[in-house]
Design a protein around this ligand. Sequence first.
Ligand code: PLP
Length: 412
Amino acid sequence: MKSLSSVDPEVTKILECESVREASRLQMIASENYVSPAVLEAQGSVFTNKYAEGYPGARYYQGCGPSDQVEQLALERLKTIFGAEHANVQPHSGSSANMAVYFALLNPGDKILGMDLAAGGHLTHGAKVNFSGKLFAAHHYKVDPQTHLIDYGLLDQQARELKPRMIVIGASAYPRILDFKRFRAICDEVGALMLVDIAHIAGLVAGGAHPSPVPFADVVTSTTHKTLRGPRGGFILCRQAYAKKIDSMVFPGIQGGPLMHVIAAKAVAFGENLRPEFKVYAKQIVDNAAALAQGLMNRGFKLVTGGTENHLLLMNLQSESMTGAEAAERLEQAGLVANKNGIPYDPQGPRVTSGVRMGTAALTTRGMKTGEMEQVAGFIEKILRGNNDPERLKGIREEIAALCAKFPVFAY
Ligand code: PLP
């Protein structure tokens, strides 16, 4: 067999462009990271070839010995990381993990209460445009209009009035620690199931830099590719009582054959998560986010909730007279990749927005520390407060590339 470069120079060239892009820019999309060469290798492995419908020891295909071994290893490692009773590593994504949980534990039309998309929640937590909002009676809790923090007292009241079957906890753009004990008390009061989606903060939880929901939640879902630094995918953790229902909803309920190459890569990433270095990494992500937030606030930028306690921050650009879309575009031209993001109670629509979301997981993987975050804050000021001249932005892009060159990415 021939290698990619000789078989398909066109795709090779595109891959090279992506490598250069990832290595030479400040990658600050809060849901992205750089996986290790070991994870890349496992994902690009011969397991790509294998069908393994079913679960270890109970497959619908022959030849699943190695598949059983690698999935079992992934399961054991994942349960060890989070101290969970039961795990499922087959969900293809965070969205399919959530879908499997809803379909396993709810009936169509049941009431769910999730964080509003506009307050930082995720599409799969009941947004109208998503299956979760179409198939279930989805209601939302918001954040306080002034502080932009979750108002647990108000949530409690809302839950008592609504009596939802499930409360969905977790977010894509909430920069503060979630109080899982408080959520549990609210769920208990109203008899709701407690689902915590830790897609964003999974790596922080794994490394002890954010409290764990596992002792409190009925079910925990996640992606594997954000702060957890694994391949793109999902997983589910649950109490033993829900294990059978959830497993049979993942397969055969909503998925067919598991992606064994991704599961192999998940096993490798979970092995990395268990190493002592990962604890240091998780803490550094949070320290870096705090340093970046401080650097921006020192320069007079406004941040939603006035700072961060996790891996991400949300800039409120209203005082800069700039939309999120304009800022994200200009940042990219200058070599800093982030995304436009609505801020709570945003008067702008989702294509424009008044905010930009930034995360520190990927920069921390490169080895950047708080000193570099101060530099990054300086770059952001220079980019957003200067003019739009392409030559000026190109100059900043070169400065950023020089900083990036000092912190090579694992595999590039
Ligand atoms: N849940 C949360 C909180 C997320 O932030 C995301 C992705 O950003 C998901 C679920 C969905 O993950 P995926 O994109 O893998 O479907």
